[in-house]
Structure formats: C-alpha cells, structure tokens
Ligand binder design. Structure first.
Ligand SMILES: *[C@@H]1O[C@H](CO)[C@@H](O)[C@H](O)[C@H]1NC(C)=O
Ligand SMILES: *[C@@H]1O[C@H](CO)[C@@H](O)[C@H](O)[C@H]1NC(C)=O
Ligand SMILES: *[C@@H]1O[C@H](CO)[C@@H](O)[C@H](O)[C@H]1NC(C)=O
Ligand SMILES: *[C@@H]1O[C@H](CO)[C@@H](O)[C@H](O)[C@H]1NC(C)=O
Ligand SMILES: *[C@@H]1O[C@H](CO)[C@@H](O)[C@H](O)[C@H]1NC(C)=O
Ligand SMILES: *[C@@H]1O[C@H](CO)[C@@H](O)[C@H](O)[C@H]1NC(C)=O
Ligand SMILES: *[C@@H]1O[C@H](CO)[C@@H](O)[C@H](O)[C@H]1NC(C)=O
Ligand SMILES: *[C@@H]1O[C@H](CO)[C@@H](O)[C@H](O)[C@H]1NC(C)=O
Ligand SMILES: *[C@@H]1O[C@H](CO)[C@@H](O)[C@H](O)[C@H]1NC(C)=O
Ligand SMILES: *[C@@H]1O[C@H](CO)[C@@H](O)[C@H](O)[C@H]1NC(C)=O
Length: 284
C-alpha cells in the first residue's frame, strides 16, 4: 500500500488508465476481466456477501480470445500469524484449459464471451470460496488474473508445480517464473462476518457447475456460517464433507457430492486435507 495510493490517484488525475487489480497489487492489469456470480458482477472491487461467492464465478471478456487461458485467483490479504506481521497471499483457484465461448452472453447487463472449459481440464487448484476471518484485515480483496497459456506446456508445468502449495503464494513470482504476462485482471471484496447471529442465507445448496471451473454439483447442508470446501482429485471417488467455519465457532455437518469432469478420467471431490483445514481456520 504505502504511497501507491497517492501515486495511483495522481495517475488517475492525469487521465492514465488505472489497474483493475487492487491498488499496490502485483502483477497488475489495466485490462478488465468480467467476473460474476450468477448475474451479479464481481468487478471493480465491489463488496460482496460471502454467501454469494460460494461456488466458482463465471469469467469472461468483452471480446472472444483465441487460444487457451489459465485463471489464477489469490487473496493477498491473509492476516499475519503474529500481530503486526505482514499479510500473505493464498491461492484460491488455478484453472487452466479455458477457451472463449463462440457466442456472447449477457451478464449483469454486460455482453461477454465466457471463458469455458469444454474439455474439462482439471483445475491445478480447485476453487476455495472466500471466508475471511474476524482478524485484521477483515476485508479481503479476491484477485483474478487471466494468463495466456496457449500451447505452452512449459508454463503450465511451472504453474502446476507452484499451484501445489496454496499458502504463502506469490502471484507475481509465479507468473514471472512461468514466463507469462497478465492479460486481464479483476478483484472483488468480501468482508469477515462480524455478526455470527445473523440470519442464514440460502439453504445450503450450491451448484458447483460453472462454465469455467470444475463441473459437477456440490450439495451442502452447511449453515450460513459454515463453509464447505472441496478439493478435486482426478480419479478419486466423490466424497466430501464440510470444513470448519472460520467465522466463529460453527462446525459443518454438511455432506457433499461432486463430479468433476476430467479429461478421460472420472474425478471426484474429497475434503480438503489437513493443510486446507488449517488454512480454513487460520488463513482465509
Ligand atoms: C470493462 O471496461 C469496459 C471499457 O473500459 C467497460 O465498457 C466495461 O463495462 C468494463 N467491464 C467491467 C466488468 O467493468
Ligand atoms: C475493497 O476493499 C479495499 C480494501 O479494504 C478498499 O480499498 C476498496 O475501496 C474496497 N472496494 C469498494 C468498492 O469499497
Ligand atoms: C468455436 O468455433 C470453432 C470453429 O467452429 C471451434 O473450433 C471451437 O471449438 C468453438 N469453440 C467452442 C468453445 O465451442
Ligand atoms: C465434461 O464434463 C461434462 C459434465 O460432467 C460432460 O457432460 C462432458 O461430456 C465432458 N466433456 C468432455 C470432453 O469430457
Ligand atoms: C495468446 O497466445 C497465443 C499463442 O501465442 C496467441 O495466438 C494469442 O493471440 C494470444 N492471445 C492474446 C489475447 O494475446
Ligand atoms: C512459454 O513459456 C515460456 C516460459 O515458461 C516462455 O519463455 C515462452 O515465451 C512461452 N511461449 C509462448 C509461445 O508463449
Ligand atoms: C513465504 O515465502 C517467502 C519467499 O517468497 C519466504 O521468504 C518466507 O519465509 C515464506 N514464509 C513462510 C511463513 O513460509
Ligand atoms: C446481527 O444480525 C441480526 C440478524 O440479522 C440483527 O438483528 C442484529 O442487529 C445484528 N447485530 C449486529 C451487532 O449487527
Ligand atoms: C434451496 O435449494 C433448492 C435446490 O435444492 C433451490 O431450488 C432453492 O431455490 C433454494 N432456496 C433458496 C431460498 O435458496
Ligand atoms: C458457540 O457455540 C456455542 C454452543 O453451540 C453457543 O452457545 C455460543 O453462543 C456460540 N458462540 C458464538 C459466538 O456463536
């Protein structure tokens, strides 16, 4: 952050295009990616209720793109383990194999060409939904970056290795090490629930099917303050459970099923491992 705020303000006043990624975030992008949950746009840093962000968003661009793309989503606002320490980054989603749809759709009034996964390429890191804890910073900026990985096995291999570890992630280093540039960027905000007695939203049912993420359907019986986290593992059978909520003292009693299509092989969902459970409690 620091002085970057004033620098950006100055740039904005000078009429220069500003980034669609958060102020100070690297790698930055001055091209906007459309990100939406259902018909709700998740663009320009909009503050969204956590409940609205539980399944992977739709992403798209205003023009169709030639080639194959990878979506990276990170949260750069993971609270430090020790008060006063630096925030760190968590990888929330890394999905290769995305191609533009040939026809446009209208989302939130915008005409977009959705980036879809018609050949069911497995996620390197499946979508973990936002769940910021009641710990400063309580507003997290979930940032999406679109990378051009057309025919680039070398870059994809680098991304696969990096995506194996979600915590203490460094989007800027990973993108640079993969020899890639960010073509489009976006972010939306989700704030920690400071009120755990609030009324529940939704009825615990969510569809995991998204045009760009893992296919399938997740059915959770989780309460509003409980988060179900799924990690897909190609070839596994579909079993899942709810993770412990990070918003208070809720514990999940959800059961989920998911059928994530993977090229040539059945895939399923398993409960995110111990590391992810720890992340659910400590990091998100
Ligand atoms: C992206 O930018 C274009 C032009 O700058 C604008 O028309 C469009 O509404 C923007 N889309 C989003 C999702 O902000
Ligand atoms: C999103 O959160 C960031 C960090 O708190 C804040 O600077 C930004 O203004 C927020 N966006 C909106 C639309 O309020
Ligand atoms: C778009 O059209 C081209 C040409 O017909 C086709 O090769 C491609 O598979 C189509 N893409 C999608 C996502 O359907
Ligand atoms: C991708 O997954 C969907 C949903 O599971 C399935 O209908 C489709 O046939 C799969 N496509 C390929 C190419 O495997
Ligand atoms: C992505 O890379 C491919 C292969 O290099 C190229 O043909 C395509 O134009 C690139 N896409 C964009 C949007 O630059
Ligand atoms: C593929 O990625 C490598 C780095 O991993 C980069 O040097 C190269 O330029 C990329 N190739 C294409 C065609 O984009
Ligand atoms: C996080 O990664 C940086 C290098 O990118 C390293 O210096 C630091 O020690 C790591 N922190 C933790 C807690 O692993
Ligand atoms: C918590 O949420 C409940 C139900 O929505 C509301 O009645 C109450 O005023 C809220 N409390 C605080 C402190 O916001
Ligand atoms: C509850 O879940 C069902 C699907 O099982 C869905 O059709 C319905 O719209 C949901 N209701 C609410 C209020 O979310
Ligand atoms: C935590 O759970 C206990 C037992 O269910 C309940 O009495 C207490 O009010 C809960 N606390 C909060 C902050 O939700």
């Amino acid at each position: 952050m620091r002085s970057s705020t004033s620098i950006t303000s100055t740039i904005a006043l000078a009429g220069i295009v500003t980034a669609f990624t958060p102020v100070g975030f690297q790698p930055a992008s001055t091209n906007n990616l459309t990100v939406a949950f259902g018909n709700t746009l998740a663009t320009n840093g909009v503050n969204l209720p956590k409940a609205e962000t539980q399944t992977a968003p739709t992403i798209g661009t205003s023009q169709p793109l030639f080639g194959s793309y990878t979506l990276m989503m990170v949260d750069p606002d993971i609270p430090p383990q020790i008060a006063g320490g630096a925030t760190s980054e968590l990888l929330h989603w890394l999905q290769p194999g995305l191609v533009s749809a040939n026809t446009s759709t209208t989302i939130g009034g915008l005409k977009v060409y959705e980036l879809i996964n018609p050949t069911n390429v497995s996620a390197i890191a499946t979508y973990i939904s936002p769940s910021p804890p009641n710990k400063s910073p309580t507003t997290h900026r979930y940032t999406q970056l679109l990378l051009n990985t057309t025919g680039n096995g070398t870059a994809l291999s680098t991304l696969s290795k990096a995506g194996a570890t979600r915590s203490n992630f460094s989007a800027v280093d990973v993108v640079r090490n993969a020899g890639l540039n960010v073509l489009f960027g976006n972010y939306f905000n989700v704030s920690a629930a400071t009120n755990t007695t609030g009324s529940g939203t939704g009825n615990g049912t969510s569809s995991g099917a998204s045009s760009s993420g893992s296919g399938g359907k997740a059915t959770g019986g989780a309460s509003a303050v409980t988060t179900t986290r799924l990690t897909t593992v190609p070839g596994s059978t579909a079993t899942a459970a709810a993770g412990a909520g990070s918003d208070g003292n809720s514990t999940g009693a959800a059961k989920s099923t998911a059928g994530v299509g993977a090229k040539g092989a059945g895939s399923g969902a398993i409960l995110a491992g111990l590391g992810a459970m720890a992340a659910a409690v400590i990091l998100l």
